[in-house]
Design a protein around this ligand. Structure first.
Ligand SMILES: Nc1ncnc2c1ncn2[C@@H]1O[C@H](COP(=O)(O)OP(=O)(O)OP(=O)(O)O)[C@@H](O)[C@H]1O
Ligand SMILES: [Mg+2]
Length: 391
């Protein structure tokens, strides 16, 4: 309750302060330049451009003021323009410095685009931070927990993850457990979609067997992990990604134990886990305290939650309760780094439409998932998806 009030106050302050800061930015920049440099060596504002939530200044640097000198004053501009309420970037363009000051620390809506750099083995565009688009490599995590109250964007994050992985040149096998049977039917031909508890138990059991088989294979072939194995061996092992939407629905002791085993032991064999839940309390897992299993999720995506306690359960810190009420706004923790991000929105209907167009139209038979520039499109089928049997 108390946390809720704080979150509301924080939002109100944001909405009052931001427009005021916007009006003050040009004055702050002029005054800072005048205070820092004397007349003869003073950088000159060559152009000022209003952008959505701030300004871009093109500043001519006189002889004797290098870009490095100008850049070293970034904190002065930041303090004068609003401190932590503004984002300040300085870049170089010839003899000009480009000073960008924005009060919109993060945009509140981004559409999913498959045009992102393919860094790592299982790259996913997780969201936009102050630094720009954050692309993570699921293979290097390799487990991710997604938490937050209803309507925050957890399932949307799963749409983003699944479609991004399916569009890769070498897509992993995806086992998607959706016991709420709500929203992933459009993927049923492309992932192993599991909507019943009994099948989910079989799938988890099968994955543990697959893990043991791979552990043995790596041991016999003397490779420490799948990465090293795939680099040297002709027949590659496909990565496997297990995604569970609403972990609390997995109400079977054996299935929970299998999941815990996977979380603990499958790091080196190329099996990754993504689990979403509204409230990952210790009661979710009956077999063991959730805290133990949770420690294996090195990636944590936390949408808005109602209490500091819920935020701590997901993130190990309270920021999730202070997030503004913006769909798709989340905190992302990767190891020790914790950042605020706006996750991209992916409309499953759009994926279906593209797929229908491709299978019905010209694209049939030549379904390139990425064009020659490395730019991908959402929802394209590939013929290369390896499979494992889960029944
Ligand atoms: N990244 C986003 N950007 C903009 N809007 C979003 C985003 N993610 C979700 N939304 C909006 O919020 C709605 C709810 O999202 P979603 O179904 O993903 O929530 P959820 O956390 O899975 O909720 P539940 O716990 O009830 O399943 C979506 O239908 C969409 O309108
Ligand atoms: Mg959901």
């Amino acid at each position: 309750m108390k946390e809720n009030i704080f979150a509301e106050i924080k939002n109100d302050i944001r909405s009052i302060i931001m427009p005021m800061l916007n009006m003050e930015i040009p004055l702050a920049v002029t005054e800072t330049i005048e205070a820092l440099w004397e007349d003869k060596r003073r950088p000159q504002i060559h152009a000022k451009k209003k952008i959505a939530n701030g300004y871009t200044f093109t500043i001519a640097l006189p002889a004797g003021v290098s870009f490095k000198d100008f850049y070293s004053k970034l904190d002065y501009f930041k303090d004068a323009a609003g401190g932590n309420n503004v984002q300040v970037d300085i870049s170089q363009s010839g003899k000009m410095a480009i000073l960008n000051i924005s009060t919109d620390l993060l945009g509140d809506y981004f559409t999913y685009s498959a045009d992102y750099p393919l860094k790592g083995i299982l790259p996913i565009p997780i969201g936009y931070s102050k630094r720009g688009l954050e692309v993570i490599d699921l293979a290097s995590l390799p487990h991710m927990l997604i938490g937050g109250t209803t309507g925050g964007g957890k399932s949307n994050a799963i749409h983003v993850i699944a479609n991004s992985l399916l569009n890769l040149p070498e897509p992993p096998v995806i086992v998607l457990i959706d016991l709420k049977m709500s929203e992933y039917n459009y993927l049923e031909n492309r992932v192993m979609l599991v909507t019943e508890l009994e099948t989910a138990c079989q799938a988890l059991d099968r994955l543990v067997q697959e893990m043991r088989k791979r552990q043995l294979l790596l041991k016999q072939s003397k490779f420490v992990n799948i990465g090293k194995y795939n680099a040297k061996c002709v027949t590659k092992l496909p990565y496997i990604v297990l995604i569970i939407d609403e972990l609390a629905e997995l109400k079977d002791k054996d299935a929970q134990e299998d999941l815990e085993t996977l979380l603990r032991l499958c790091r080196s064999v190329g099996i990754c886990n993504v689990a979403a839940t509204q409230r990952p309390s210790s009661k979710i897992f009956t077999s063991k305290s959730f805290g133990d299993a949770k420690a294996n999720f090195s990636g944590r995506l936390c949408y808005q939650v109602i209490s500091n306690i819920d935020s701590r359960i997901i993130l190990d810190s309270g920021e999730g309760a202070l997030l503004p009420s913006i769909p798709g706004r989340a905190m992302w923790r990767n190891g020790r780094e914790l950042i605020e991000i706006q996750t991209p929105y992916l409309d499953p209907e759009e994926v279906q439409q593209i797929e229908q167009f491709q299978t019905g139209g010209k694209a049939k038979g030549q379904q390139a998932y990425r064009n020659s520039n490395g730019v991908g499109r959402i929802g394209c089928k590939t013929n290369t998806t390896p499979t494992i049997s889960i029944r």
